[in-house]
Design a protein around this ligand. Structure first.
Ligand code: OAD
Length: 259
């Protein structure tokens, strides 16, 4: 049986699906990934634009970087991978989308509920009162020679509501992921692996070792599938790997599953 046929079979048999996504999911929409040739971290040093210290010392530089990324979102559209994931939410009795992406393409494809581990480009947070506010257009920083940093109505400086290097992730997100895995039926109780499937899509697994999701999936007897044209730090943990761009693959595979 081909790898693709096996994926179709596993997606049809699954009752519970958890998808763990990274920048590769949005690559076919035209957004740059972080690592590798042409990646965002090639053009920018992480410590200049994605740390609390950078924001403290050079808020304007950091804001220029994020405003440009917000503007880039206006130019792109969800691709078939985002759309397939949105449809999975309605298709499976239990479905959890966990994304490291800060873009809004999952939402725009129709996903209603997701864990955004690294926050959102289209939200701002007040550094004083901590209020989080969604925004619907890129932050306007004014003219180059007279920049105006965005302010909260309390007067505090606003920052992008994303997680920077050196900052903590929301522990409630890991509670929710842990709960999903702990509720896996015992292997063998409703078909192989209790019908639970972990899809690892478009992530290098370079940050936080993939946050232990593959380890948890293994412990609770879930099947693990990777969709990524390249090897990743998680590739050794998976049961099945499809080495193809996610949009191309899911655009072909998902219609066979849902029909
Ligand atoms: P990376 O840039 O580290 O990895 C992107 C992955 O996507 C690579 O493994 C690519 O092979 C793969 N890829 C590229 N095109 C693809 C496609 N069309 N379909 C499927 N896969 C494709 O991005 P992340 O793993 O998301 O964190 O990076 C994790 C975190 O590191 C990011 O959220 C960001 C970054 O530093 C923060 O900013 C906190």
């Amino acid at each position: 049986m081909s790898e693709e046929a096996r994926l179709v079979e596993w997606l049809r048999a699954a009752r519970r699906v958890i998808a763990f996504c990274g920048a590769g999911v949005s690559a076919e929409s035209g957004l740059a990934t972080f690592r590798g040739a042409g990646g965002l971290w090639e053009g920018h040093r992480v410590e200049d634009v994605a740390t609390p210290e950078a924001f403290e010392y050079h808020p304007e530089l950091v804001w220029r970087f994020y405003a440009a990324r917000q503007a880039a979102l206006q130019e792109v559209e969800p691709n078939p991978a985002h759309r397939a994931l949105a449809e999975m939410e309605a298709h499976y009795p239990e479905f959890l989308l966990v994304t490291q992406n800060v873009d809004n393409l999952h939402e725009r494809a129709g996903s209603l509920r997701m864990i955004k581990l690294h926050g959102s480009l289209m939200e701002v947070r007040c550094t004083e009162c901590q209020r989080v506010t969604p925004i619907d257009r890129p932050v306007d920083l004014g003219a180059e020679e007279e920049p105006a940093l965005p302010r909260c109505r309390c007067g505090g400086l606003l920052r992008p509501n994303v997680v920077w290097f050196g900052e903590y992730l929301n522990p409630a997100h890991f509670e929710e992921i842990g709960t999903f895995f702990r509720q896996c039926p015992l292997p063998g109780s409703t078909g192989a692996a209790g019908g639970t499937l972990l899809l690892v899509i478009g992530t290098s697994g370079a940050v936080g070792g993939g946050y232990g999701l593959t380890t948890q999936a293994r412990r609770y007897g879930a099947r693990i599938v990777e969709i990524n044209p390249e090897l990743s730090a998680l590739s050794l943990d998976v049961d099945l790997a499809l080495r193809e761009p996610a949009g191309q693959l899911l655009g072909r595979v998902w219609p066979q599953v849902r029909s």
